[in-house]
Design a protein around this ligand. Structure first.
Ligand code: F6R
Length: 248
């Protein structure tokens, strides 16, 4: 992986937003679609703010953009304040000219019996548009990417997973208590993520410095799924100086 260290998350997010905008414009000129893999959580919000800004300034259109979100809690009502669907609408989709039919977010409101087929279809949809051009990632304290918790295999695909206790603890304040955090989620697999042509993982703050050190410099192992990214030939870690503070 290539590590890019920025002074702060603001300048790092500016860099990432421009990478994404550059891809969208390049594909536009070629008359092609740009396929983005997107993440939720606190990490990518400034990137989305910049993308909205570019759109509002008339510098960028999302008419040729297709998106696939990484994950969604299960079960989850799409209208809930906790849903990743709502998150994406509020932070990005409601403010840009993307076509609604080009947006894909795992559906947390399915009945359990329908999940397996739904996940297989999600994979197929990604393949049918030619794969993901740029996949945006955050990283959890467990080393998860998407919701691929420790124990996820390199070849895992979109599926229903159980969330790690640490991940549920980290989400507890958003849900007003750990007991309210869903126990499961639908997530793209490590293999799905590894299939992206380019991956950009972002991390901000000292709280991420230990896991960033492990992900970049540690041995590749299932117990830290982000280490699998070391196998990818076009993967950038974009971090602020605090998140980089444990790198040698
Ligand atoms: C979110 C996702 C997660 C988060 C990770 C970091 O779609 O896939 O892997 O990126 O949990 O979350 P934040 O950014 O809130 O620290």
């Amino acid at each position: 992986v290539n590590t890019h260290i920025y002074q702060d998350s603001e300048s790092a997010s500016w860099y990432v937003a421009n990478e994404i905008a550059g891809l969208i414009k390049q594909k536009q000129e070629q008359g092609k679609k740009a396929v983005l893999g997107l993440a939720t959580g606190s990490t990518p919000t400034k990137v989305y703010d910049y993308l909205v800004q570019f759109y509002k300034e008339g510098r960028l259109s999302f008419k040729n953009v297709v998106t696939f979100n990484l994950d969604e809690y299960f079960p989850m009502d799409p209208t809930s304040i906790h849903s990743y669907k709502r998150f994406m609408n509020e932070h990005l989709f409601d403010h840009i000219d993307i076509e609604p039919y080009n947006i894909h977010i795992p559906d947390g409101s399915l009945s359990k019996d329908d999940v397996r087929k739904y996940c297989a279809d999600y994979e197929e949809k990604i393949q049918n548009v030619g794969g993901i051009d740029i996949q945006i990632l955050g990283i959890g304290r467990t080393g998860h990417i998407g919701f691929n918790e420790p124990g996820s295999s390199l070849n895992s695909k979109t599926r229903l997973v159980r969330l790690d206790r640490v991940t549920r603890l980290d989400a507890a304040s958003d849900f007003f208590g750990e007991e309210n955090v869903p126990k499961r989620a639908i997530t793209m697999g490590v293999g799905t993520i590894m299939g992206a042509k380019k991956i950009i993982l972002m991390a901000w703050g000292e709280g991420k410095s230990n896991i960033i050190h492990q992900a970049v410099e540690g041995k590749i192992k299932e117990s830290v799924p982000a280490t699998f990214l070391q196998h990818h030939e076009n993967c950038d870690f974009v971090v602020d100086s605090a998140a980089a503070s444990n790198l040698t």
